[in-house]
Design a protein around this ligand. Structure first.
Ligand SMILES: *[C@@H]1O[C@H](CO)[C@@H](O)[C@H](O)[C@H]1NC(C)=O
Length: 372
């Protein structure tokens, strides 16, 4: 008997040593435009993911949140997160990123540009405008469409807008690609789109991810086209058809390593029901949580699969201003469990007047249009 107990206790010691090191990879959450970590929605999102996965999660804030998410250029936002993750001791052995909408571009910026940052293992993207978007986010209610119109008509690629309006860093109008490549300051660099300026370091870093999970929302009407969540986009020069990721030049010429990752079986293209960033608890458990857990647990969780209707708390961060009839129905079906992050904050009026000012929209008009 003594003969058997020795190896067992030897293994117990080994297990005690190794388990804590291998299973507790923390994650960070990068919120979308107009949101902030202190909002109830973001708190709950981060906490739920932490509870479900057993991993520690941190919502990483940029400046004051809402305001800076709109008006700080994405390069600067990326640098702020880069500095923060380098200082966070908990992340030093590596971490996972959960990106929401615009936060995905910042997260990818951190993966590609952050010299000396801790290694990023898994990247889970919810509704990220990875290949750009042909519309200002949130367009759909009065003021926002005024902005969009104004931007499209004139100034979007001007230095001033590029330096003062974050989304201008990933607005990509397929009918104006030369100007986009010349003037847009963030996405062309992030996607290694500029011939002659492609940086292989970005590609090496991005393609060293363990898993890239790209979640598209079936009824996303914030991202145009919604396939941008998968790196799908319009061809240069036309608004149709939407090319699947595998037919874009970013992929075929492997500018950032997406093709390499894909061929290594490390990209998941996921489509879920719902509008922009509206994810059910069940889908979160199925598609997000497994990557935040210890790898060994992934299979187990996949097998357990869907947790059923009673569990389908809807998480909604933001921003889609227009509720479609379909969405209303869904809201009703899960009314007791609905979670609507957009209720937890309001646009500061200063944001509206700033936009009105830089775009030369009369403020009275902006205000009257913005009520909904
Ligand atoms: C490519 O990016 C890396 C990391 O940021 C940087 O150190 C290097 O100087 C860049 N190379 C070129 C040619 O710009």
């Amino acid at each position: 008997m003594a003969f058997h107990s020795l190896p067992i206790s030897f293994f117990s010691v080994l297990i005690l040593f190794f388990i804590p090191i291998t299973c507790a990879i923390p994650f960070i959450v990068l919120h979308g435009i107009g949101d902030q970590c202190s909002n109830r929605g973001m708190k709950q999102f981060t906490e739920s993911l932490g509870d479900f996965s057993g991993s520690k999660g941190y919502c990483v804030e940029i400046g004051d949140g809402t305001w800076d998410s709109w008006f700080k250029p994405l390069q600067e936002q990326t640098e702020i997160v880069c500095d923060k993750v380098k200082k966070m001791k908990a992340l030093s052995e590596g971490y996972n990123i959960v990106g929401l909408s615009q936060g995905n571009l910042i997260g990818r910026g951190v993966v590609e540009f952050c010299d000396g940052g801790p290694p990023v293992k898994n990247f889970i993207s919810l509704g990220g405008p990875h290949a750009g978007t042909a519309s200002v986010p949130l367009c759909g209610s009065g003021i926002l469409c005024i902005i969009a119109d104004n931007l499209i008509k004139s100034e979007i690629y001007s230095d001033y807008i590029q330096d003062h309006l974050a989304p201008s860093g990933y607005l990509k109008f397929p009918n104006d690609i030369p100007k986009y490549l010349e003037k847009c300051k963030f996405l062309p660099k992030l996607n290694n789109e500029l011939p002659g300026q492609r940086n292989n370091t970005y590609k090496e870093r991005f393609s060293s991810l363990q898993n890239l999970v790209l979640i598209m929302f079936e009824d996303d009407n914030v991202l145009i086209p919604k396939e941008t969540s998968w790196f799908g986009y319009y061809p240069d020069g036309a608004f149709n058809p939407v090319l699947p990721p595998q037919q874009t030049k970013l992929y075929t010429e492997d500018w950032i390593g997406l093709k390499s990752l894909d061929e290594a079986g490390r990209v998941r293209y996921i489509k879920v029901a719902g509008g922009h960033l509206k994810i059910s608890n069940a889908d979160m458990k199925k598609y997000v949580v497994p990557y935040l857990r210890d790898r060994k647990l992934v299979k187990d969780n996949m097998e357990r699969g869907n947790n059923g209707r009673a569990d389908s708390l809807i998480y909604r961060v933001t921003q889609s201003n227009k509720k479609t009839k379909g969405m209303k129905k869904l809201d009703k079906a899960t009314s007791e469990l609905i979670f609507d992050g957009s209720l937890s904050y309001k646009w500061p009026s200063s944001v509206k007047s700033f936009i009105a000012e830089i775009l030369d929209v009369p403020e009275s008009e902006a205000n009257s249009q913005s009520r909904h």
